[in-house]
Structures are given as structure tokens and as C-alpha cells.
Design a protein. Structure first.
Length: 531
């Protein structure tokens, strides 16, 4: 069973690169009811303060999530602090949030021209306010577009903004977006897509032209932050907790929970103990983890709470293909990468790591997706086959000599496997190392602290293999293979393609899958076969 962010979107069907190994994963969360405490003096009659304490595996560097670079928990903070124009319900249907309504061809607010250019007109809800009480106006969206499209800014992604020609105000509550090419979801600008930025606060900082001053401004990482979301940031103790209070003037109405505290708990064993003792009311995202989630499910009486398992991500292994970063040049040979894909028993790995809650997969498309059969026919598969793996390695010049794999001059095949601290991650790395050691590779595991999730340079410069996960969002997930998503020092290492796999045909077809209004074009199989 799977869920995804854009359930109703058509998809492309590329033959997936062997630069990644993937399996489905589920997000386990332990929801509770929230605490209440009056805080009243004796005899006083004051409404009880409702409070929810939630555990997160790590915090973020900054609430400027477009500059954060894909932190695992950035989405949790973003929805607390900010409101996008549109949200998607659990079935993938678009619902206007900050927008008064969705642009449509029926009401004349979405126009498609004969040459393929388009225009969408958006109305912002008139009662929308920033946390400082200022109204959200069209200029805030124009400002966000300028920042996103500034090549000097280390923006994590420029889609769909790069398909826009310009963003112009019609009045204080109306913006018109001119599109230079078709974009099928031009009426669904969700999280991190043209989200407004407070021009009245950060506009002058940006105007100074100092990128460092803008990116590192305290506004993004302190209680000075002003957003449009349902909660206001009131306290931030780095590495410990983040406190939010309900925004009284939120345009959707004041939230029912008065305070929400995010406790940063990177150790899954500690998370389990806090859940079972009731010290926290719930967990978000993948904080609880697969194995810990099953532990809680087995130990938690049904009368006290429940574990909800929701498949939302896929786990995969990135392979370093940047010659300047890899410590194992053999990885640059496609035969070696294919051997690694054949050499890992992903069915057993998935069974152990996910405790049976997530199956292995060849491609990050949900099996329940209508297009999955076409994807399954188009992709190249790499079943577990150690003999085939050894044959490919021998073709590439690597020979098994006893228990070790060696190349020219007898040099051993050494391979670094990097992962982030956590029961699931470390179990996965152990299995990977064990399987690859059976091929004769000398696999070394490198476990990084959860805090290093925020170190983008560290994450992008892994020397061998790197285990990670990503939300299922087709075709959005495919950004992990885009050339311009390869992080560099000039971009402050922002980018999802940390292994720097590059294929111009993949780039072209990704744009086609992301922009064509013709479903048949978006679903055409990718003819490429390179890894």
C-alpha cells in the first residue's frame, strides 16, 4: 500500500538508472490526543491551554525551506510556519489554501495560447496575513519569484518557476503568471512552489545584492521569522526543541491546539521510550522509524494509542559518480554499478528494514498507480543474482581472488557506505555491506550523526554509496537524476542528485513529463538504457 503527494498526476516511465537501488518505506507515527493544562490561579476560570508535544528526528537549519536543500524534516516546519497557495488532500485532489480559488479555463483564469504559452491568474484570500499582522499581497509573490530565479541563490529547486516568464501584480490581492511553455499543474502551486516571501521585511536585504547576507540572515533561523502559517515560532533551542503558538489571525481560523512543541530526539530508542511512557503525544515523518514503529505497535495497549503506518517514501542508495569526489573510481564504470544492483538482496533487505511493511521496488512509482504496468514493462530490472554480479565485475576488470575482489596490480575493491544514525539506516547499511562483501568488496560503513543531515556539503561529497530516502511524487521524485540537481560549491551543495548522475536525454524527457499538456507525451517510455 502506498501514498504519494500528487496522486492524480500522469507520469513518465523512464528506464531507471542503476545509480540508485530502491525499496518502498512507510512513515510510522504514533498519534496522541494532546495535553491540556489550565495554568490558572486558584479560583480562576480560564480556558485550558491545549498543547501537543511531538518528536522529530532532527531539526532544520533554517525556515527558508527553498534554501534548506532537502532536509528530511523541512516539510514539518514549513507547514507550521507557511501556507502555500494550494494543498493536496489524501487522494491527491487540489484544494485552495492561501488562494481564494483554483485558476481554471472555465472561469477564464487559466488561458492556453496557440503557441503553448499560458497565463494563470490567482486571487489571494483577502484576510491572509503575515505573523506581524501585515497583509499578504501580490508583491510578496513577485519577490519570491525574483529570489527563486536568481542564479546566485542556492535554491533547492526552480520548478515550476523556471517555466514561468514573469509574475506580475494585478492588484494587491491578484497576481498574473505568464508561462513560457505548457505546465499541466499550473493551477496546483503547492508547498515550495511560488510560496510568498515577506517583501516588507526581506526585500531590502535582498536589494543589497549580498547573497550571504540574505541566506544567513537571522530572520530565517530565529523567532524573528514571520510566515503565513497557522503557528508562530516563539522559541527555538537548537538541538533541543522548537516551540510554536497558534496564530490568532490565521486566515483559516485560529488553530484548535494552542501550543505545539517539537522535541528533537535523534535516537529511536529514546523516541520509543517517550512514546510508551506518554512523554510525547506523537511523532512526525520518519522519526519513529520502521523497526521502532513495529516495537511500539506490539507494546502499546490499543486503549492508549495506535501506530499508523503510512507508506510515503522510498529508500534508495545513491552512487557517487563525480570523479572528483569518489574514492572508488570503479563506480564510474556502468558494469560495476549494475553488479552492485544485482549483488544486493533487496527483498530480504526490505523485509528486515521495514519489518514487512514495505516491499522492494525497481522504480519509485507506486504499484497501485494506474501507470505502473507501463512503467514495469519499460524499465530494466536487476534481480538478485551474485553470479551475474561477479560476471559483470570481471568484465570491468575486477577478479575474485579468494575472499577479496581485486583489480589491476591486485588493488582491492574498497567501498565506503555512508548512512545517517538510526536503527533503520544502520540495519540497511549492515545488510548492504554484508551482501557486497560476498562479492569480495571491502565495504566500510560510515555512520553520521543525525545533526549532519543539515551539512549539505557533507551529504553531497560522500565517496562511495549513500543511503537515503525521498517522498514518492511522480514525476517530481525524478529530480534525483537531473543534471542541474548535482550540488556544487557554487550552489552551496544544494541539490537532490548527490551522486551527480548525468544524462541529457533523461533531462529532456523529465522536462517533457513535467510540462506537456498531452498525457500521451508524458507517459511515453524512455528509450535510454544507460546506468
Amino acid at each position: 500500500m502506498w501514498t504519494r503527494d500528487r496522486a492524480n498526476r500522469p507520469h513518465m516511465t523512464p528506464a531507471w538508472a542503476t545509480a540508485v537501488l530502491a525499496l518502498a518505506v512507510c512513515a510510522c507515527s504514533a498519534p496522541g490526543g494532546g495535553k491540556s493544562e489550565s495554568g490558572s490561579a486558584p479560583g480562576a476560570h480560564r480556558p485550558a491551554v491545549t498543547r501537543a508535544v511531538l518528536a522529530l528526528g532532527a531539526e532544520v537549519n533554517s525556515l527558508a525551506t527553498q534554501l534548506e536543500g532537502g532536509n528530511t524534516y523541512a516539510s514539518e516546519f514549513n507547514f507550521m510556519s507557511n501556507s502555500p497557495l494550494v494543498v493536496l488532500d489524501p487522494k491527491g485532489a487540489a484544494i485552495p489554501l492561501l488562494a481564494a480559488e483554483l485558476p481554471s479555463r472555465d472561469n477564464g483564469t487559466w488561458t492556453v495560447n496557440p503557441d503553448g504559452t499560458m497565463e494563470t491568474v490567482w486571487k489571494v484570500k483577502p484576510n491572509a496575513k503575515w505573523h506581524d499582522g501585515r497583509p499578504v499581497v501580490a508583491a510578496d509573490f513577485v519577490f519570491a519569484y525574483r529570489v527563486t530565479m536568481d542564479e546566485a541563490m542556492p535554491v533547492r529547486g526552480r520548478e515550476p518557476e523556471r517555466f514561468m516568464e514573469r509574475v506580475e501584480p494585478r492588484d494587491d490581492n491578484t497576481i498574473a503568471i505568464a508561462w513560457k511553455q505548457p505546465y499541466p499543474w499550473a493551477n496546483q502551486l503547492i508547498q515550495r512552489q511560488l510560496e510568498p516571501l515577506p517583501d516588507h521585511i526581506m526585500g531590502s536585504v535582498y536589494a543589497n545584492g549580498d547573497v550571504d547576507a540574505f541566506v544567513n540572515n537571522p530572520f530565517w533561523s530565529t523567532t524573528s521569522y514571520v510566515g503565513t502559517g497557522p503557528y508562530v515560532l516563539t522559541a527555538w533551542e537548537p538541538g533541543a526543541q522548537v516551540l510554536y503558538k497558534a496564530f490568532d489571525d490565521y486566515f483559516m481560523g485560529r488553530p484548535k491546539i494552542d501550543e505545539i512543541i517539537f522535541k528533537v530526539i535523534p535516537d529511536s530508542t529514546t523516541v520509543v521510550a517517550n512514546v510508551l511512557t506518554g512523554s510525547i503525544d506523537g511523532t512526525l515523518g520518519i522519526t519513529l522509524g520502521q523497526q521502532a514503529g513495529v516495537t511500539v505497535k506490539n507494546q502499546w495497549p490499543a486503549s492508549e494509542g495506535q501506530v499508523i503506518i503510512t507508506p510515503v517514501r522510498f529508500r534508495y542508495v545513491q552512487i557517487q559518480l563525480d570523479a572528483n569526489r569518489t574514492a572508488q573510481p570503479g563506480l564510474l564504470d556502468v558494469r560495476v554499478r549494475r553488479a552492485i544492483a544485482h549483488g544486493v538482496d533487496r527483498a530480504t533487505l526490505a523485509e528486515i528494514v521495514t519489518q514487512g511493511t514495505g516491499p522492494p521496488t525497481e522504480v519509485p512509482v507506486a504499484p497501485s498507480d494506474p501507470i505502473f504496468p507501463a512503467v514495469d514493462r519499460a524499465i530494466v530490472k536487476y534481480p538478485y543474482d551474485q553470479n551475474r554480479a561477479l560476471a559483470l565485475l570481471q568484465e570491468a576488470g575486477w577478479t575474485r581472488r579468494g575472499d577479496l575482489l581485486a583489480g589491476d596490480g591486485g588493488r582491492p575493491f574498497e567501498l565506503d557506505i555512508r548512512t545517517t544514525a538510526g536503527s533503520d539506516n544502520e540495519t540497511e547499511a549492515n545488510i548492504l555491506a554484508s551482501d557486497l562483501s560476498k562479492l569480495g568488496m571491502q565495504a566500510t560503513q560510515n555512520v553520521a550523526a543525525q545533526s549532519r543531515i543539515r551539512d549539505l556539503e557533507y551529504r553531497a561529497t560522500f565517496p562511495g554509496l549513500n543511503t537515503t530516502a525521498m517522498s514518492i511524487d511522480v514525476p517530481g521524485t525524478m529530480v534525483i537524476g537531473l543534471t542541474d540537481q548535482c550540488g556544487s560549491s557554487e550552489r552551496r551543495f544544494v541539490g537532490s542528485n548527490r551522486g551527480c548522475w548525468k544524462n541529457p536525454e533523461f533531462d529532456r524527457l523529465y522536462i517533457l513529463a513535467s510540462t506537456s499538456l498531452d498525457p500521451r507525451e508524458r507517459e511515453m517510455p524512455w528509450p535510454g538504457r544507460s546506468g
